[in-house]
Design a protein around this ligand. Structure first.
Ligand SMILES: NC(=O)c1ccc[n+]([C@@H]2O[C@H](COP(=O)([O-])OP(=O)(O)OC[C@H]3O[C@@H](n4cnc5c(N)ncnc54)[C@H](O)[C@@H]3O)[C@@H](O)[C@H]2O)c1
Ligand SMILES: O=C(O)C1=N[C@H](C(=O)O)CCC1
Length: 251
């Protein structure tokens, strides 16, 4: 049985992880951490360093500013971490990278299998269509989401740039632009409203034709399920920074 600490346990995703773990005998939530310490069926702390329970892994769905402190405490406790939180700054990413030299860390802005398949399809399309098609990404999320654009949209954009030798320059929205789109631009646009779980469309627009590759999340459980799979994977790894690609490769 894998013993989990949920960082961000009182949030929307924290509650999804709690439910999925309760339904699966392979997992047990032994404690939670959240700045909101409302009681749950396990002890809830305001800081990982104060957690007394023994655990195998921390799963984090919280807020970007909380991540460096989480990682430092995980380092002290020598605990593997699954980081799903998005909106991380360059500095926060550096803290994660440094810590991954000493503990195994799994990080993905999207824990669903589907988005990771979409990324493979988008990379292939970008290679084939790079000369004649403009690429734009539209993402849509619920009205409670704090970061924009989504971590997933940025991950998709980075994967396009990876296969196109960094030739794309990201343009976030166009309201300040009064000039024609340049071929090397990659537009990224965020929509927020209602209870949309998460939608990503990658548009390849050519002369008189458009190809759209899209993913629609229909529940938060797909992210929760992926995070539990990531937890199972990361507890057996050496120190390092792992992604969904490593998990998918393993099969
Ligand atoms: N990678 C993925 O697949 C995926 C999927 C869904 C959400 N997310 C990301 O996960 C994060 C959380 O999403 P959510 O919808 O559960 O948000 P939420 O706002 O419902 O929950 C966040 C929780 O973190 C807690 N928190 C905030 N600051 C904290 C701090 N300093 N220390 C401890 N706890 C703190 C909040 O009190 C809250 O309970 C967001 O960054 C979101 O983008 C990622
Ligand atoms: O609900 C959210 O917040 C989500 N955030 C991730 C992102 O920023 O890409 C993944 C989808 C849900």
């Amino acid at each position: 049985m894998i013993r989990i600490i949920i960082h961000g346990c009182n949030g929307k995703m924290g509650k999804v992880i709690t439910k999925l773990a309760a339904e699966n005998p392979d997992f047990k939530v032994v404690a939670g951490v959240d700045k909101n310490t409302s009681p749950l069926d396990f002890p809830v702390y305001s800081d990982l360093k104060d957690v007394k329970e023994e655990a195998d892994v921390v799963i984090d769905f919280s807020y970007h500013e909380a991540v460096p402190n989480l990682v430092k405490a995980a380092l002290q406790k020598k605990l593997p971490v699954v980081i799903a939180t998005t909106g991380l700054s360059e500095e926060e990413l550096k803290v994660i990278e440094e810590a991954s030299k000493e503990i195994p860390i799994f990080k993905s802005a999207n824990m669903s299998l589907g988005v990771n398949i979409l990324i493979n399809l988008v990379k292939e399309a970008a290679k084939i269509l790079q000369q004649d098609f403009d690429i734009e990404i539209i993402e849509k999320h619920h009205n409670m989401k704090k970061d924009a654009p989504s971590g997933t949209a940025l991950m998709i954009a980075d994967s396009i740039n990876q296969v196109l030798n960094d030739k794309k320059e990201y343009v976030y929205g166009r309201h300040t632009k009064t000039e024609q789109r340049k071929p090397n631009e990659l537009g990224i646009h965020a929509v927020r409203g209602g209870t949309i779980v998460g939608e990503h469309q990658v548009i390849f627009a050519g002369h008189d034709e458009v190809i759209t590759i899209s993913h629609s999340a229909q529940s938060r459980e797909i992210f929760g399920y992926g995070a539990l799979q990531a937890a199972k994977f990361i507890i057996n790894q050496k120190p390092g920074l792992y992604t969904m690609e490593d998990l998918v490769k393993k099969g």
